[in-house]
Ligand binder design. Sequence first.
Ligand code: NDP
Length: 447
Amino acid sequence: MKATEVIDELKRRFPNEPEYIQAVEEVVSSIEDVYNEHPEFERYNLIERLCIPDRIFSFRVSWVDDSGKVRNNMGYRIQHNNAIGPYKGGIRFHSSVNQSILKFLAFEQTFKNSLTTLAMGGAKGGSDFSPRGKSDMEVMRFCQAFIAELWRQIGPDTDVPAGDIGVGGREVGYMYGYYKKMAREFTGTFTGKGREFGGSLIRPEATGYGNCYFLLNMLATRGIDIKGKRVAISGSGNVATYTAQKLQQLGAVVVSLSDSDGSIYAPDGLTHEQLEFVFELKNVMRGRIREVAEEYPESVQYFPGERPWHIAKCDIAMPSATQNEIDGDDARALLAQGVIAVSEGANMPSTPEAIKEFLAAKILYAPGKAANAGGVAVSGLEMAQNSQKLSWSAEQVDTKLKEIMAQIHKSCEEFGKEPDGFINYVKGANVAGFMKVARAMMAQGIL
Ligand code: NDP
């Protein structure tokens, strides 16, 4: 089948999965030229096999809340592709989770993992359970019930989950604990674990730090210094907060953060003390971003129900919350105020219309699968440490993270550089990620 025919066919077969179709369309349209240069790919119907996940597990998760009421959620694990390594990808707990969102994430993860240069296939999982407003004991009971269903399908050389939205160190700890009890083995089946039981140093920081390292590589191609640049960030979770921390270390000015209720804007930039307050608020108090403005009313403003893009005056945008959080209007607003770079911490935060705007304006635009790959890269390093029963120093891991981000940048440049010198990071990341998986699939036969 031709690449475009594959998309039409997938639209027909999965009409209720818009996020999945959006992700597939973006990748397939940018690899079409390369695909057409390889007639053997078409003979083996490679694109269709690469777009449809190897398998999907879906199950009911029943648990008891603190008041004794029985609750039921849906659980999923999408094992997308293991041509170049064991299935690998995070688990998302959020009320919006459905099969379409997890299929898009698992598909993207396959190319991202390929780009990291490490041996990892692509997967994703999750539930429509939201930890927000739940007690620790409720979260623990839910995590145990989730793993009671999933544990047979995962393992250190089979499928290695990690965190994502709503799944941080606490949730990974509870899930890994229950996995260990059921499987009766102590292996690195989850990444993002606590330090005391096999977690890697720098894993919590890795996605945010890695995005900053990728941004530095992009800015260097135009000789731009990050010092003093105003950066708008969305989200206030793991990725957003560590992005903000590294940016402050690099001398940039962090002007916004957000959550699903609204955004904060600090016209003069958040101070170190204010960012420390955000870490405490999010990880210990489990509070809302508006509380930062309540704590520092002279220097921080709160905009309920708004995303940062129309509010924050900035040079750079680093969306780090969720999918489709920058639409065409947001993109035009960012460009109108002269934004020079957009580097995505979240997965697929820009809509197709927004991406078109960024590419047409020829700004530095890095899609999530390249810019946020540092998280899974350090997860790969955690797997390597676990299998050797060793733990590396923070400096060792950070150095490797920088090298991997530089290598991903180089791959994007190699496959995405246009005749006028502009680097199309979307095409670069998609083609580089695709070619490695495609070659491995061809070599392994029709499975
Ligand atoms: P967290 O749960 O730690 O934080 C998510 C943040 O985004 C919160 O501030 C949350 O606000 C906000 N958010 C979530 N959903 C929405 C929504 N529908 N609308 C507006 N805001 C929302 O997750 P992470 O920081 O881990 O993940 C953020 C993004 O980064 C996701 O796209 C994830 O897939 C991606 N990513 C994460 C990696 C990791 O290592 N953790 C690796 C690579 C990518 P609220 O608290 O109100 O829900």
